[in-house]
Design a protein around this ligand. Structure first.
Ligand SMILES: [Zn+2]
Length: 333
């Protein structure tokens, strides 16, 4: 048993309370390799933004849970080296699907876990979430739960259709489970293809897809039922078209990739939405940078020469999200 407190990590409780009162949101960035983690920490340290490092099931399969946890521990020290005196870094399990996985993360030094019972019948979701909360809270580890179903594909999490969270269920769910935050479904979606072209309109000037707006009426109804309760948005990448264009220019093939417009996320960040998950955008930044190096310097074979530019591009992207979209810069001085 290792407590996250010994590793210099923090849970989400105070982060979220401040974010709701301050009208901003905490970035939750997924990581599964060193360059990505370096970029997240550099961007957070330079902007003094609290940050949530997320580990998904896919990341655990790819990089090994033990290694990722030690990397997060190293990240705290790296942040201090970068001059961030009191780093506010949370290590979070993304989409835990069983009590056992959540328990193993709590025991191993994670400061926050998500139990995703959203695919289960309502009462089973409550029972599973409550079990995880009861265990995690003994160690002051915070728990995110989910109600409603997001469409799209994220590692092993996938659903054909989304089902918006039902506002009439949230009080009962939050009260009976004791969860610390709630991921809701209001039209965000996992992956780089969040909407089918037929769900979108086309910008007459650029010909690019314009996605349907998020269901802010559902968010408002949820906030009315649970005033001041921390809300989480998954699947909130914006799929920057400049990256999609670079990828397509240099031999990639990503037609009609589309995400959530940043102005909608900006609006959400000002509300009780206090955690916004961003994964696909950093994958796109990485891939765009690597493809460009491969196209321009076909003789290059040193991974540092293409992972380096990819890391720089991700750092730029993370800082942009922190400063221009979530407004979390300067909130962890
Ligand atoms: Zn998710």
């Amino acid at each position: 048993m290792v407590s996250y407190k010994e590793l210099g990590l923090v849970n989400t409780r105070e982060m979220f309370a401040k974010a709701i009162n301050g009208g901003y949101a905490i970035p939750a960035f997924n990581f599964n390799n060193m360059e990505q983690l370096q970029a997240i920490i550099k961007a957070s340290a330079e902007t003094k933004s609290p940050v949530i490092l997320q580990v998904s099931k896919g990341a655990r399969n790819y990089a090994n849970q033990t290694l990722l946890r030690y990397m997060a521990q190293g990240a705290v020290e790296y942040a201090k080296e970068l001059g961030w005196e009191h780093p506010q870094i949370c290590l979070h399990l993304d989409h835990g699907d069983t009590f056992e996985v959540c328990k193993s993360c709590v025991d191993f030094g994670f400061s926050s876990v998500m139990i995703d019972g959203s695919s289960l019948p309502y009462e089973e979701n409550i029972a599973l979430t409550k079990k995880v909360v009861e265990y995690a809270h003994q160690y002051d580890v915070t728990v995110e739960a989910e109600l409603g179903v997001l469409a799209g594909v994220e590692d092993d999490v996938q659903a054909e259709e989304s089902h918006y969270t039902k506002p009439e269920e949230v009080i009962d769910f939050a009260t009976r489970t004791g969860c610390d935050s709630l991921a809701i479904s209001i039209g965000t979606s996992h992956g780089a293809y969040k909407f089918k072209p037929e769900q979108c309109t086309r910008d007459p000037q650029t010909g690019k897809l314009v996605p349907p707006p998020l269901a802010f009426d559902v968010l408002d109804a949820i906030m009315e039922k649970l005033p001041g309760f921390p809300i989480v948005l998954h699947g909130s990448s914006s799929v920057p078209q400049e990256y999609v264009d670079i990828i397509n220019t240099y031999g990639g093939k990503m037609p009609d990739a589309v995400g959530i417009p940043e102005e909608q996320l900006r609006k959400a960040a000002k509300s009780a939405v206090c955690k916004i998950n961003i994964d696909s955008d950093s994958r796109l930044a990485f891939t765009a940078a690597v493809r460009k190096v491969f196209a321009e310097k076909p003789g290059e074979f040193d991974p540092r020469k293409y992972c380096g530019p990819a890391r720089d591009e991700m750092t730029k992207l993370y800082k942009h999200k922190i400063i221009e979209v979530l407004g979390s810069d300067g909130k962890a001085e």
